[in-house]
Design a protein around this ligand. Sequence first.
Ligand code: PEP
Ligand code: MG
Length: 755
Amino acid sequence: MRSNLAGPRLLLRRLREVMAEPIKAQERLDKIVVLIASNVVAEVCSVYILRADGVLELYATEGLNRDAVHKASLRVGQGLVGLIAAEARPLNLPNARAHPGFAYLPETGEEAYNSFLGVPILRAGRTLGVLVVQNKSHRTYLEDEVEALQTTAMVIAEMVAAGELEAISQKDTGLDLSRPIHAPGIALADGVGLGHVVLHEPRVVVTNLIAEDTEAESARLEAAINRLRLSIDDLLASGEIAATGEHRDVLEAYRMFAYDRGWIRKIEEAIRNGLTAEAAVEKVQSDTRARMLRQTDPYLRERLHDLDDLAHRLIRELMGRQHGSAGDELPQDAIIVARNMGAAELLDYGRDRVRGLVLEEGGATSHITIVSRALGIPMVGQVEDIVSLADAGDAIIIDGEAGEVHLRPAVDVENAYAEKVRFRARRQAQYRRLRNKPSVTKDGAEISLQMNAGLLVDLPHLAEAGAAGVGLFRTELQFMVASSFPRMREQQLQYEQVLDAADGKPVTFRSLDIGGDKVLPYLRSIQEENPAMGWRALRLGLDRPGLLRTQIRALLKAAAGRELKLMFPMVAEVEEFIQARALVEKEIKHLRRHSHETPETIRLGVMVEVPSLLFQMDELMEHVDFISVGSNDLFQFFCAADRGNTRVADRFDTLGVGFLRALQRVVVAANRAHVPVTLCGELAGRPLEAMALIGLGYRDLSMSPASLGPVKAMLRTLDAGRLSARLLPRLEPGHPQTDIRDLLKRFAAETDVAL
Ligand code: PEP
Ligand code: MG
C-alpha cells in the first residue's frame, strides 16, 4: 500500500522553514497543522496542549471548527485524545467512533470523520500534548505517517519547552510543563532550602531537529556509536572503573544496550525520516521512556535509567560535549537534583552555594546521606522521577524535615516556606545563645554533649555548637570520599588536623567501619546476602590486619604527645577487643623501637552495637577504658529491622520497653565498673529520646552538630531525678507494659520540658 505522505523528508523540510519564519507562536502552529494535513492528505489536523490543570486544550486545527480553538478541551483520560495523553502512545484507528474511548466534542464538528491517528507530544518521556489527524474515509495510517506525526510532535514539544505556547492559552492556568509539583520522598538530612534546580547530569538540549542531509546524519550516528562502544569497552577493560566513579554492572548494562540492534535500528529509522542524529536518539529515547515509565517492575525501571544514561552519552557524543560537567554557573541557591550521586561528587560542588540535595534514590545510611548530613545540606531521597520532572533553573523547595519537595511552587507555598526558614533561623539563634551556657539539668546533673563528625569540614561546628568534644569520629568517611586508598601519611595528616582543630577537646576516633554496605569504590567488594551482618568493620580489620595496623599507626603518630582515644566498631565478643588491643600494642612497640614519639595517654574502647555484648558486660568492663553505645546498629540487630530499609526501619519504637531495658543494662554495668559510657547513635540527637537516655542514667551523649541546640534546650529544663523516678519503675519486670513514648511526652508536658 502506498503512503499518502508526500515523503517525510519533504514535510520536515517545510517544517524547518515554518520554524524559521519570524511569526507569532499561534500563527506558526496554524501553519504547522495546515502543513501536516496537506502532507498526510488528511482532512483534519489538530494540536492539543496539556495545561497545568490536567486539561488538554485545542490549540490549533485545520479542518475542525476554528472557533473551537482555545475553547474545546478534554481531560486527560477523556476521549481518544485524553487516552493518548494518559497512555503516552499513538492510537491508529480506521473507525474511531467504534472505539469505546471515543468522546464527541460538538463544538468541533468532528462527527464526519472516521479514521483517526493521534500521537503524544513528548519531551523526556513526559506528555505535553497530543497531535491528531483525521479522515472521512476508513483508512489505517501507515507506519511512516505515524513517524512523521511523531517527529512533528517533537518540534511542537520544543515550542512548549521554549515557553512559546505559554502565553496564548485563553486560561491563565499555565501549561503542564510549568505545573507546580509536590513530590513526596523520605527525609534524609534535616533542614529547609529554597532555591533553583541544578541538574547534576545536565540534560543536553537538542535544538537542531531537522536534518539537511540524511546520509551525513547516518554517518554521524555510526561514528558516534562506534566511539561510544569503544569508550565503554575501554572502561570495562582498563580496570579503572572505580577511579572514574563508574560501576561494572552499570557499564555491562550500557554495553548490552550499545550493541542492541533493535535500539540502533529505531534510531536509524528516525534519521531516514528526516531527523538529525541527535534528535533521532532523543525521539527513540522519549518513546521508550514513555512506554517504560508505566512499568512498575523495579528491574525494568532500573534498566530504563541505564538506557537514559546511554542515550544521553550518545547525544553528548554527537554534540561533542564532555560527560557530566556541572558547569561553573552554579546559582547562589543551588538545589542539586540527581538520580543518585557519590559523596565525593557532592563535595565537588562546594558547600557555599548548595542549599539542598534531591535524589531519586538514596537511603538513610547511604554514604551521600552521611556526607550531606555532615555538611548540613538538607536532603530528600526516593523522589520518584524528579530528574525528568525538573528543568534546570526551576524554582524548588526542599523540606528535609518532612521529606518532601515542591517543584515550581505556588506563591503561597513559597511564602509558607520562607516563614518556616525564618522560624528555624530564630530557633537556631536561640540555640546559639545556649552555646556557652552550662549543660546541666534543672536538678544539677551535668550532661556532657559531644558531637559526631567524620570529615574535616565538620570540625568548625565544635566551637560553633559548643560541643564538649567529638564523641564519634567516623574515620571511614575520609576513605569513602577518596578516589584511592588513603596512604598512611594522608591518614596521619588528617588525624593531626582533626586533633589540631579540636584544640584540646577530646576526640574519640573509631577505627574503619567499612565492608558490608559501606563500599569503598576502589576496594573490591564481595557480594554478601546480609552485608550489615557480614564481613565488615573490625571483622575485616582482624582478618586483614595490614589495613587496620596502618590506620592504628597513623592515629598513634598523629596523637604523638597528646591523648588518643580509639574505639572499635561491631565487636561481638570480648576476645575481638583483646585482639584489637594487641595490634595497638604491637604498633606502639614498633614506633618506640624506631624512636617515634607516642601518645601521652591511650584509651581504647568498644562500641556496644551488637546485642551479644549485652550479655558479656561485666567481662567487657574488665578490659576496656570506655564504651560507646552505637544505638543505630544495636537497635537494628536488637529488633532484626534493617536500619536502611524504609519499610521496617520505623516499625518498632526505639523507646519500647525491651530496648530501653537493654540500654539500661549497659549504663548500669558501666557505672558499676566505673567505666565511662557514651551513646553516639542517632537516638542521642532527638530531644525526647535524649531525655529518656538521661532518665536511664546516661550522662554523656554524642550527636550530629545540628542536634546539640535542641538537646541542650531540653535538658536545661529537665528534672533528671524526677524523670528517673517516673521512668525506671516502668521498666521493672512484672510491671504492666506501658507506652513509654507517651509517658515521656506527658512527663515533659507536665514539667515544662522544652522539647
Ligand atoms: C551506630 O551504629 O549507632 C553508630 C553510631 O555507628 P554508625 O551509624 O556509623 O554505624
Ligand atoms: Mg554502627
